[in-house]
Design a protein around this ligand. Structure first.
Ligand code: F6P
Length: 362
């Protein structure tokens, strides 16, 4: 058993609902169960780069009230500033990994728990190997595209928000005889669109894993009309390409490319071909905030406790995971390498097809 007295924790990559619930579980288990001190590092690895290191002691008292229930992360996070390829204001890039590793040492940490998606867990793992840091990972991503775990924190809450949006769109679609197009996140996977589309009663689900033809989408809308339906609901994942194979993206200041806008394209094409009146909703970051669902809070609690227990056992370089109704842990290397896309032949796609939902592929 390693001699652990002080552990660090950070949130990294895009935020999502349920991160504060993970922090709470880690603090409760580490402080009450093992008597350790927990240091919360601010803004992901940026906190370890700052001098003085940007971090605070996390106490149980902070977590007894609202934090279990809130979105965002009290530690802050970032999805840029990779220390292996750190961008400078003049556009050049440098390696700042030794500074991050020094930050860990300056805090006197015996281990680090990193909460992230595949990109940030991969960066943390490479830092841990380089610096000999004791790392345990906890999976979070609304996109649900991490391999080797059936659950990642934040996905269930995002699906709940997207389903809610369809629930809100259906009555107004029916009142005005419109086709409503809802664009949801999921870079580059269609899990949110698929799950919310089924749960929210969509007529068409478009995901990047299943190539579509706009003519097939239009045919589904026409068929619904001929059957007497005066509205339709279409849900489209942001990473779906236009008919010509192009992604709809925007380059942000600093060069980061983000998705957004495919919903408008799909809506316009449906109008052109069918003559239907369409309206577009781009859900965006609404999917990332808000209260975590009970499922996300439950999994946050399970993952937080198990991650601390792994540290106590000295089981490092592993990621906690949920598989076959059990919390388990898997090698971090396998988790970040195992991308999990929507399976076009999987049970959820089959379920959707069984309900008559179209994917625009025939
Ligand atoms: O990976 C999570 C995610 O929300 C994606 O679904 C989305 O494409 C991206 O992050 C948005 O990033 P940003 O917060 O930088 O706009």
């Amino acid at each position: 058993m390693p001699d652990i007295r002080r552990i660090g924790i950070l949130t990294s990559g895009g935020d999502c609902a349920g991160l504060n619930a993970v922090l709470r579980a880690v603090v409760y288990r580490a402080v009450q169960g093992y008597g350790w001190e927990v240091i919360g590092i601010r803004q992901g690895t940026a906190g370890l780069l700052a001098r003085p290191v940007d971090a605070e002691v996390l106490d149980i008292d902070q977590f007894t009230g609202m934090l279990l229930r809130t979105g965002g992360t009290i530690l802050g996070t970032t999805n840029r500033g990779d220390p292996f390829d750190y961008p400078l204001p003049d556009g050049s890039r440098i390696d700042r990994t030794e500074e991050v590793i020094d930050g860990y040492r300056l805090l006197g940490l015996d281990a680090l728990i990193g909460i992230g998606g595949d990109g940030s867990l991969d960066i943390l793992r490479r830092l841990a190997i380089q610096g000999g840091l004791n790392l345990v990972g906890i999976p979070k991503t609304i996109d649900n595209d991490l391999g080797h775990t059936e659950v990642s924190i934040g996905h269930a809450s995002a699906v709940s928000v997207a389903t809610d949006a369809l629930d809100h769109l259906q009555p107004t679609a029916a009142s005005h005889s419109r086709v409503m197009v809802l664009e949801v996140m999921g870079r580059d996977a269609g899990h949110i669109a698929l799950s919310a589309g089924i749960a929210g009663g969509a007529d068409v689900i478009l995901v990047p894993e299943i190539p579509y033809k706009i003519a097939h989408v239009a045919a589904k809308i026409d068929a619904l009309k001929q059957a007497g339906r005066n509205f339709a609901l279409v849900i489209v994942a942001e990473a779906v390409k236009r008919d010509d194979g192009e992604l709809v993206t925007r380059t942000q200041p600093g060069g980061m490319v983000t998705y957004g806008g495919i919903g408008h394209y799909i809506g316009e094409r449906i109008s052109e071909i069918t003559g239907a009146e369409t309206r577009i909703t781009v859900l965006g970051h609404v999917q990332r905030g808000g209260m975590p669902t009970p499922r996300d809070r439950l999994m946050a609690s399970v993952f937080g406790v198990h991650a601390v227990d792994l540290v106590a056992r000295g089981a490092f370089d592993r990621m906690v995971a949920w598989n076959n109704r059990r919390v388990v842990d898997v090698p971090l290397a396998e988790a970040v390498a195992g991308y999990h896309a929507v399976d076009p032949d999987g049970p959820l796609v089959r379920t959707a097809r069984g309900l008559g939902i179209a994917f625009g592929d025939g």
